[in-house]
Ligand binder design. Structure first.
Ligand SMILES: [Zn+2]
Length: 283
């Protein structure tokens, strides 16, 4: 799952903007986009204050190709300027340019961190934003506070021509997906894969392989994808988490997650692999 990203992260903003920058402005977790019938775009301006919105904080993010990018936190209750609207990131996926979308997923997390890390967790002193790295520092005790990131594994389990899909209680009706869960302190990613699958569906694994990763800003996860092969055990549900689970072939897939997610990339990878092996099996 190699993807070329054109975005270069940065901390130090330019002294002066000589060309329009992209402004990823959020009211709560909703992104300000200009409304087009089928697409969405990010406001591109030299001076964001032209839009007349009250800015609570601003963070330089880096540049996308040659365009500087900023994350902006807007006041609660900000009305969108004419021709623009506030939308959730999931709603703009597919309508916003893919590179801009992934910068927006950074921006929302930086804004959220800025908003929720105001005081030192150790001594309660108001924090100061560092200018040389993405961190805040306590001016009294020196404790550093970095953006929060929660690693979670996600794994596609295969058994010959079938894959294991499960339904969480929080999913949309009839939706199934591959299994996922947060990594515990002290655990390797592979250990987390084995534990999650055993806990949630009671199945043992072998041949665990890295697949790829994806930032998942809902609110601050990093999804680390794996594929694994079934090694034994009958499906036994952890019914506090999982409502249903089963083995599916590519010809009887249930409703699955949208293209935005690594879950879907894992499932698409399996479908593709099965189709290719069917073609090879043809006489
Ligand atoms: Zn402190």
């Amino acid at each position: 799952m190699e993807e070329e990203r054109k975005f270069i992260s940065g901390i130090v903003p330019p002294n002066q903007l000589l060309a329009p920058a992209c402004w990823f402005a959020f009211r709560e977790n909703k992104l300000l986009v200009s409304q087009e019938p089928a697409t969405a775009t990010i406001p591109c301006l030299i001076d964001f204050s032209e839009l007349g919105c009250t800015v609570l904080s601003q963070h330089y993010l880096g540049h996308l190709e040659h365009t500087h990018c900023y994350a902006v936190e807007l006041a609660e209750g900000t009305s969108p300027p004419a021709g623009m609207s506030f939308e959730g990131l999931r709603q703009v996926y597919g309508r916003l340019d893919e590179d801009l979308f992934w910068v927006a997923t950074r921006a929302v997390q930086i804004v959220d961190w800025g908003r929720t890390h105001l005081f030192c967790g150790r001594c309660g002193t108001p924090l100061r934003t560092k200018t040389t790295e993405r961190a805040k520092e306590c001016p009294i005790c020196g404790q550093l506070h970095f953006p929060r990131l929660a690693p979670a594994i996600i794994v596609l389990v295969e058994r010959c021509h079938e894959l294991l899909l499960a339904r969480s209680r929080h999913f949309l009706p009839s939706m199934y997906s591959v299994l996922a869960g947060f990594v515990e302190p002290g655990e390797s990613l592979e250990e987390a894969v084995v534990r999650e699958v055993k806990e949630e569906v009671g199945v043992d694994l072998k041949i665990i392989k890295y697949f790829g990763s994806q930032p998942w800003p809902f609110p601050h996860s990093l999804m680390i994808g794996f594929t694994a092969t079934y090694a034994g055990g009958e499906i036994r549900l952890d019914d506090t988490e999982i409502e249903d689970a089963g083995w599916f072939t590519v010809n009887n897939l249930p409703a699955i997650p949208g293209k935005i997610s690594i879950a879907r990339k894992l499932i698409d990878w399996f479908v593709e692999k099965q189709r290719n092996s069917l073609i090879k099996d043809l006489p």
